[in-house]
Design a protein around this ligand. Structure first.
Ligand code: SPV
Ligand code: MG
Length: 314
């Protein structure tokens, strides 16, 4: 469902978005999911070679001007996700926070995400409303009982239309200050409930907890991480730990934050544009990414008044 002008992908792939995400997660090197928050960030990530995207709750909320604490409604978020699935041909894993309530809201969200073209959803085992994992101390992150969350995962799996659609279960056990053993037992319950992959989140500054988790995890399903706070390891280091997917969760949004702030400061200080012109993307580059040229060609094809018989006779 890509509109004219969408960044072109691999035309040989007729696989569903879910299938393509699964293939990425089962590759020989970890799948790299770039965090995105709108059509522009999605197009840039794909143009730079990312094969899969993470529709980040933090970044979409930030782009909407609200906090990452379930302030945006899930319908608002999925409207944004739809602009991304329309704009780019690569699989998008959607951050579904805590499922916006109980099993019923989680499965409605998940089913709608599938309908707007997402490859999968990721639901976390925090209480609704959730708070971003890096805000506040351990006590700010209350988890729901494992059995209740397993029911949410089962409900999402039962609600999906196509078997390829991916449901990722995310445990926030380590974010809540619980031991790796708790994360392992929750992960086990979620996989038994039908999760296609696991997201184990950690907020410490090295991958020590992730390594401890992976050393004991039986690897029944792919495991993904978002190394936002332990930012030194590379994708090769994560492969050695047995990680299947790396989510570079919020770096496009944070880069945009810095760039927008700096340009505002400079223009405000100078009262003119000369100081920023060399530091902003030329409009030509923006137009090129959006294939404005293709629209001109299409005008000849569709709006020049010819009947199309010339094309038909070719
Ligand atoms: C997000 O991107 O919204 C996430 C990942 O949930 S993080 O913010 O790193 O917790
Ligand atoms: Mg999030």
């Amino acid at each position: 469902m890509h509109v004219t002008g969408a960044v072109s992908g691999d035309p040989s792939s007729l696989a569903t978005p879910g299938r393509r995400l699964r293939e990425c997660l089962h590759g020989t090197t970890p799948c790299q999911l770039m965090g995105v928050h709108d059509g522009l960030s999605a197009r840039i990530a794909v143009a730079e070679g990312f094969e899969a995207l993470w529709a980040s709750g933090l970044c979409m909320s930030t782009a909407m001007g609200v906090r990452d604490s379930d302030e945006a409604s899930w319908t608002e978020l999925l409207t944004l996700v739809a602009t991304m699935t329309e704009a780019v041909p690569v699989p998008i894993l959607v951050d579904g926070d805590a499922g916006y309530g109980n099993f019923n809201t989680a499965r409605r969200f998940s089913a709608r995400a599938e309908r707007v073209g997402a490859a999968g959803v990721c639901i976390e085992d925090k209480k609704f409303p959730k708070m971003n994992s890096f805000v506040g101390g351990d006590s700010g992150h209350q988890l729901v009982p494992a059995g209740e969350f397993a029911g949410k995962i089962r409900a999402c799996k039962d609600a999906q239309r196509h078997p390829d659609f991916v449901v990722v279960a995310r445990t926030e056990a380590l974010i809540a200050g619980l031991p790796v053993a708790e994360a392992l037992s929750r992960a086990d319950a979620y996989v038994t409930a039908g999760a296609d992959a696991l997201f184990i989140h950690s907020k410490v500054s090295t991958p020590v907890q992730i390594a401890e988790f992976m050393a004991q995890w039986d690897r029944r399903v792919p495991v993904v991480v978002a190394p936002t706070t332990y930012c030194t390891p590379t994708v090769d280091d994560f492969r050695e730990l047995g990680i299947a997917g790396c989510i570079w969760a919020n770096h496009s949004m944070r880069a945009a934050f810095t760039a927008m702030r700096d340009v505002c400061q400079q223009i405000r200080a100078d009262g003119g544009l000369a100081g920023v012109e060399q530091h902003v993307a030329p409009l030509k580059e923006v137009f090129s990414l959006f294939q404005y040229q293709k629209l001109e060609e299409d005008e000849v094809l569709y709006a020049s008044g010819n009947t199309g018989s010339e094309q038909a006779s070719r």
